[in-house]
Ligand binder design. Structure first.
Ligand code: F6P
Length: 560
């Protein structure tokens, strides 16, 4: 069997989505396993005690795969808890639901769509049938078009309206059409094309675009308009203004096609906007916005680092797909990360998650994961529409280490609420400054040790024998604050692909435990439609449904 056969071969059997659980009774929180885990949580030892009781704890609670190690030994978890969490995953039909997703079942039930970001990274030549069509072939046809366009831009064959090569790329998009490409380009900066500057404009706040255009030359700038739906107000506003800027600065209408390309599932809308058909790179509704950086939405990444590097990123993600599909749950990185999260959120009552990448080039990872986790699992009804009575997505935030240490880590160490942390560290130093890398890694390991073990009153007293009693508690660290460490051999296109896919699958596993749909985002719709109603900012144009606060704010604007 070839290495990729098992993801695609699931497609052949195409199991349908298992039926939703009975709406009346079967919230996961009402199952005996949930109660057992609640009882376990009440009696679980502290992290310090767990280490003391088991000298082999690191070996027992760490797993390596796909060029990375997950150390979850500093989580407040023991063997019985782990085995019950795995039983919970099986009770929630994790394996069947995973296979259904990978096989192309329409698991995004509220939109009746398959969820197939894994197909975007299948190796060339692998077939994958959806509704009778080989969508893997479609994926590779678009990748080939992206490659030839990107090569032409990078080697100067694609020129602007005055015949000059492109020097500046402006990606216009928001949410999944911005965060993933932006995070990946920052992570892969060492592979960037010299002489090519890349900007990301997302906010409808005109300052974002205006500040960017100030740095751009209309003769040598390419706008990449990225929008899955091509209806997003922010993106269309920014793209329209960018087009007017080009036309107002000497670009003839007939040459505008040399400066604009679009990435969208809505090819008609992109063409209606005025983008030449040959400049539209399509993708498909079965790729969710926040799972789309592997598709045409990744064109800015490809332009920045080249098609070969982009394909290495896809290969790394595919390796993680295989691991997710094949590894036993006990050894499965996304499954273990997800279960640890469920344990912390639902049983230890720790609702937040801090992401601390100890690698400056991963500084956009927390923002990317914020959308991935919170837009995917920020839901409060089950697939069958029943209100849940348990917490779902974590409140996720983060900052690159060591910067975060000097900002919010105080709260992680001594705050009244406990916030678990994912530390992400990279062994290889490519800065050329090895002493910095040693300091970076030392800080990373020191933080997780401090969080886990803390410093008790006796230790503080021994250190400060003459201090008054009231001062001592200020110096105490309770410890018992859980963290995991992901240790990557190196940050490369391949390992980045694996890292992102790891979190994608983790999010899916948690959605299975919570029995929610991770792939829709109805929660952002209401605010969008209200913004359209308010667009005139005229208080007389809004009806009685509007509260006195909204009316009052509009009236103040009108009076200015
Ligand atoms: O915020 C809602 C959302 O629909 C995200 O899911 C999506 O990534 C973003 O808006 C941008 O959407 P589009 O790519 O369609 O412009």
């Amino acid at each position: 069997m070839s290495s990729h056969a098992s993801v695609a071969s699931l497609n052949a059997s195409a199991p349908s989505e298992p039926p939703c659980l009975n709406t009346a009774v079967n919230l996961v929180s009402q199952t005996p396993l949930w109660s057992t885990l609640q009882q376990r949580a009440a009696g679980i030892s502290t992290i310090k005690e767990l280490f003391r009781a088991d000298p082999q704890r690191f070996r027992r609670f760490s797993v390596s795969a796909c060029g990375m190690l997950l150390d979850y030994s500093k989580q407040r978890i023991d063997a019985p808890v782990l085995s019950e969490l795995l039983a919970l995953a099986r009770q929630q039909q994790l394996e069947a639901r995973r296979d259904a997703m990978l096989a192309g079942a329409a698991i995004n039930s509220t939109e009746n769509r398959a969820v197939l970001h894994s197909v975007l990274r299948l190796p060339k030549g692998t077939r994958f049938l959806l509704d009778g069509a080989d969508i893997a072939a479609d994926v590779h046809a678009v990748l080939a078009r992206m490659r030839s366009f990107s090569d032409a831009v990078r080697d100067g064959r694609w020129v602007g309206h005055t015949g000059k090569a492109i020097r500046t790329i402006v990606n216009i998009g928001i949410g999944g059409s911005d965060l993933g490409p932006q995070m990946a380009c920052s992570a892969l900066a060492p592979w960037a094309q010299p002489g090519l500057t890349l900007h990301f404009v997302s906010n409808v706040d005109g300052r974002h675009l205006a500040d960017t255009l100030q740095q751009a030359d209309p003769e040598t700038t390419l706008f990449v308009v990225a929008s899955k739906t091509f209806t997003t107000m922010e993106t269309l506003t920014n793209a329209g203004t960018a087009r007017a800027w080009m036309l107002g600065r000497g670009c003839p209408q007939a040459s505008i096609c040399q400066h604009f390309v679009a990435l969208s599932t809505n090819v008609d809308a992109a063409q209606q906007f005025g983008i030449a058909p040959e400049n539209v790179f399509p993708f498909w509704n079965w790729a969710g916005g926040r799972y789309s950086l592997w598709s045409a939405i990744g064109l800015s990444i490809m332009l920045y680092v080249g098609a070969d590097r982009f394909e290495e990123m896809l290969a790394g993600a595919h390796a993680m797909d295989l691991h997710f599909a094949q590894a036993p749950l006990e050894q499965n990185l996304p499954v273990l990360m997800a279960l640890v999260g469920v344990w912390n959120i639902n049983f230890l009552g720790q609702q937040a998650l801090s992401i601390a990448p100890y690698h400056q080039r991963l500084h956009r990872l927390p923002a990317y994961l914020q959308q991935l986790e919170m837009e995917s699992n920020g839901k409060s009804v089950t697939r069958a529409g029943q209100r849940v009575d348990y917490a779902t997505a974590p409140i996720l935030f983060g900052e690159a280490g060591t910067n975060g240490q000097h900002a919010y880590f105080q709260c992680l160490h001594q705050g009244a609420a406990i916030t678990p942390t994912d530390f992400i560290a990279v062994i290889e130093d490519d800065s050329g400054l090895p002493q910095h890398n040693r300091a970076l890694l030392a800080n990373c390991f020191a933080q997780s040790k401090a969080m886990a073990h803390g410093k008790d009153l006796d230790q503080v007293r021994a250190e400060l024998p003459d201090a008054p009693a009231w001062l001592l508690p200020h110096r105490v660290f309770e410890g018992n604050r859980p963290s995991s460490t992901l240790l990557l051999d190196a940050l490369t296109p391949r390992s980045l692909g694996g890292l992102i896919a790891l979190y994608e699958h983790k999010v899916f596993v948690q959605s299975v435990i919570w029995d929610i749909n991770a792939f829709d985002q109805w929660g952002v719709e209401l605010g969008k439609s209200l913004a359209l109603q308010l667009i005139s900012l005229d208080p007389d144009a809004v009806n009685e449904d509007y509260d006195s606060s909204t009316r009052g704010l509009l009236q103040i604007l009108q009076s200015k």
